[in-house]
Design a protein around this ligand. Structure first.
Ligand SMILES: [Zn+2]
Length: 193
């Protein structure tokens, strides 16, 4: 089951296998109350979220990562994302109320370890490295073809500068079975050939 509890034009997805849940993308800084209210409205208790995963470390996708950790939701980090984490605070202003993400206490794995970890929480799929929007961008691809791609540029909107990288990422997603795209912003769309 997939639900979107997004706000402020950004999608935050909850993927559930019964009461075992994964949260994909982690809210704007300073919006703990809003996120909490949306989760409650969708009947998703925080303690059922096994991991929080940011598709990439931009403030609209990972802004609440530390607060979620402090509330008991472990942060799942892909090893190639680690260096992007400290960079994020450059893009925040004091009145954003951003809580800096500590590198302590995260669950850090490689993409090749992702299937086993997802299996443990009953969500069949894998995490793929899909750069193009940023160098730390990953996608979650479920075995049913649902792909959570964060801000990976829509195939028809890609500009020349990033075309090669973005195209390669979409190619990987298709090759591994992606059928539907759950983007970080905007509606779900089918992935054409
Ligand atoms: Zn972004």
């Amino acid at each position: 089951m997939i639900i979107n509890k997004g706000y402020r034009s950004t999608n935050y997805w909850v993927i559930s296998a019964g009461t075992s849940r994964l949260l994909v993308d982690l809210g704007w800084p300073g919006t703990t109350g809003k996120l909490g209210a949306n989760l409650r409205r969708m009947d998703v208790p925080l303690h059922e979220i096994r991991y929080g995963l940011a598709t990439h470390y931009h403030i609209d996708h990972a802004g609440l990562a530390q607060e979620l950790k402090e509330a008991g939701v472990p942060l799942l980090v892909i090893d190639l994302q680690v260096s992007a984490i400290p960079e994020m605070k450059k893009w925040t202003k004091p009145n954003d109320n951003y809580v800096d993400i500590s590198l302590e206490g995260n669950v850090t794995i490689s993409t090749s370890e992702s299937r086993d970890l997802l299996d443990e929480i009953g969500i069949p799929g894998e995490i793929l490295y899909t750069p193009g929007h940023s160098n730390d961008s990953i996608s979650l691809l479920l075995d049913n073809g649902s792909a959570f791609t964060g801000d990976l540029t829509h195939p028809v909107l890609v500009t020349e500068e990033y075309r090669a990288l973005v195209t390669k990422s979409w190619h990987l997603l298709r090759e591994r079975g992606a059928k539907r795209v759950y983007p970080g912003h905007g509606p779900i769309y089918p992935l054409g050939d």
